[in-house]
Ligand binder design. Structure first.
Ligand SMILES: Cc1cc2nc3c(=O)[nH]c(=O)nc-3n(C[C@H](O)[C@H](O)[C@H](O)COP(=O)(O)OP(=O)(O)OC[C@H]3O[C@@H](n4cnc5c(N)ncnc54)[C@H](O)[C@@H]3O)c2cc1C
Length: 403
């Protein structure tokens, strides 16, 4: 696609992408004629050439909760909505005070891992009183969600005048996610919010490339996050390293504190392996890495050969289940969908219908199996039902939970 980067360089990059990694299931990259290939139908006529490559996607919130369920199934205690307020070394152990809405408790630990993301320095300094020369830089990234405006499963990547790349991804079937920005951020991570300049920036990049003119009235939702990037003193926020740094405090027989600076969702498993390697000297009996070939809970798909085969199996076992609902349960819960549907023989057994694909049975499941407590947990974090319900339907969910 016409951009700051010449076509031959993009082609070379994709050649390396195709050949350096272990590509087992994804198709190779190819050149696209934007004027004739269907993928080019939404692109303005002045752009003639694009390139296609294939990649995977993950729902970040589902990844987090599935890892927590996995840990619980292997013996961990998961305490949501509990903050570590103080951690002190005492007699060869960490004494950690936790505080939540439902009370306080103290836990003892032989090691403390500080994976507090944007709050990593807060946990180091205020909570555990440890000095560290490492610093993070908070870089805000914002997204907007608009109705999907093309046919097909493909995403688009557009290069902006500032050389940053903006993605336009299919999202929740009928929507599209556009992001992101890179803005230095100094406030409290929990207060981060998109600003008007970011909205204009994202709309302008898409409108530069696409025939359909997007405006503010198309925006269904907008949200922001802060990247906790390891501070490598780069002048440009887009150039700050996305690599992680693991810092360990704990020599001379002290129980260790391992702090994680930076990181990506994409590398989370590698990061976890490296974290354990760092801790191995303190736990010599530790065995080697084992997660590479393990499924996350539900990911075995009950032995089905593909996602599609699993959905078809759900349809056979629960013939009254609408296809869209079967896909929804399969996508979020994999083979754990059987726990959610346990004993159900008709759609009526799923209880009250709140709208779109949300039934009472799923709310109960999320409450019992996934620590969901509030309407936000259910509608925004564990699922994205909130995007498909009307305001009144969302209020009905709140009233149901408070009832
Ligand atoms: C806009 C944006 C776009 C991104 N895009 C991508 C991408 O495309 N691909 C990719 O791989 N990565 C991406 N990332 C990065 C990815 O989201 C982060 O690397 C990842 O979320 C970091 O996870 P984490 O568990 O380290 O931190 P977090 O997810 O921030 O979790 C930290 C947790 O610590 C908790 N906490 C804080 N203080 C305390 C305390 N005192 N006691 C107890 N708990 C505490 C917080 O409540 C929070 O739950 C993106 C990030 C942003 C912001």
């Amino acid at each position: 696609m016409k951009s700051g980067c010449p076509a031959w360089l993009i082609r070379l990059g994709l050649f390396l992408y195709d050949h350096l990694g272990k590509r087992e299931t994804l198709p190779g990259s190819r050149r696209i004629d934007l004027r004739h290939d269907p993928e080019g139908a939404i692109i303005r006529n002045e752009f003639k050439t694009g390139f296609e490559y294939s990649d995977c996607w993950v729902d970040d919130a589902r990844l987090v909760v599935l890892n927590a369920i996995d840990a619980r199934e292997r013996g961990a205690t998961i305490l949501t909505r509990m903050a570590a307020v103080s951690a002190r070394r005492d007699n060869g152990l960490w004494q950690v005070d936790l505080k939540g809405a439902e009370g306080s408790r103290r836990v003892e630990a032989r090691v403390l891992v500080n994976a507090a993301g944007p709050w990593v320095q807060d946990v180091l300094g205020r909570v555990s009183g440890v000095n560290s020369s490492r610093r993070i830089r908070l870089v805000k990234g914002s997204h907007i969600v608009v109705p999907k405006f093309w046919n097909g499963p493909q995403a688009y990547l557009f290069q902006n005048h500032d050389k940053r790349v903006i993605f336009v991804n299919p999202y929740q079937d009928n929507l599209c996610l556009i992001g992101t920005t890179d803005i230095p951020y100094e406030g409290r991570p929990e207060d981060v919010a998109i600003d008007n300049g970011e909205i204009d920036y994202l709309l302008a990049v898409v409108n530069r490339y696409c025939k359909r003119e997007l405006g503010r009235s198309d925006i269904v939702q907008a949200f922001s996050g802060v990247r906790p990037l390891y501070d490598d003193n780069s002048a440009n926020p887009s150039a700050v390293t996305r690599d992680y740094v693991l810092d360990i405090d704990g020599d001379a027989g002290k129980p260790p504190l391992l702090s994680v600076f930076g990181g990506k969702i994409t590398t989370y498993r590698k990061l976890a392996e490296h974290a354990l390697q760092k801790l191995k000297p303190y736990f010599p009996q530790m065995t080697g890495d084992w997660t590479e070939r393990e499924h996350l809970p539900g990911g075995d798909l009950g032995g089905a050969q593909s996602f599609q085969a699993f959905v078809e199996d759900l349809g056979r076992r629960y013939p009254w289940l609408a296809a869209s609902l079967a896909v929804h349960y399969a996508r979020l819960y994999g083979s754990m969908a059987h726990r959610l549907l346990n004993g159900a023989r008709s759609i009526g057994d799923l209880g009250r219908h709140f709208g779109a694909l949300l039934y009472e049975r799923e709310i109960s499941y999320l409450h019992e199996a996934e620590w969901a407590q509030t309407a936000e947990d259910i509608l925004e974090r564990r699922t994205k039902h909130g995007l498909h319900l009307t305001a009144a339907q969302g209020e009905a969910v709140k009233a149901y939970l408070n009832g």
